[in-house]
Ligand binder design. Structure first.
Ligand code: SF4
Ligand code: SF4
Length: 101
């Protein structure tokens, strides 16, 4: 079991999540972040930090977001390890409003 980043993270990348992860298991491309399921220790610290509710416990994923389990597993090994909070993308605030947060 692991935690999973979903599509709400796209065009956001606030990266509040990475600063609380005890095992540095977040990875990112230009669009969003992913969690490496082999490294995540299931602590749950990141979930409440995300301002757009992009992070879910795998077992609590809504049905329409289940595909993100495989996407995180596939993408995370291909992306750069993100261990420190970064500047959000320029689209982050607009994206947050669009999502209703
Ligand atoms: S805090 Fe949420 S939106 Fe921001 S990078 Fe982490 S998962 Fe993505
Ligand atoms: S659940 Fe814990 S270990 Fe897994 S990504 Fe979130 S903060 Fe990191």
């Amino acid at each position: 079991m692991a935690f999973v980043v979903t599509d709400n993270c796209r065009r956001c990348r606030f990266t509040d999540c990475v600063s609380v992860c005890p095992v540095d298991c977040f990875y990112g491309d230009e669009g969003q972040l992913y969690i490496n399921p082999d490294e995540c220790i299931d602590c749950g610290a990141c979930e409440p930090e995300c301002p757009v509710s992009a992070i879910f416990d795998e077992s609590a994923l809504p049905a329409d977001k289940k595909s993100w389990i495989a996407i995180n597993a596939e993408k995370s090994p291909q992306c750069q390890n993100i261990t420190q909070k970064q500047e959000p993308l320029p689209t982050a605030e607009a994206r947050k409003k669009e999502l209703g947060f």
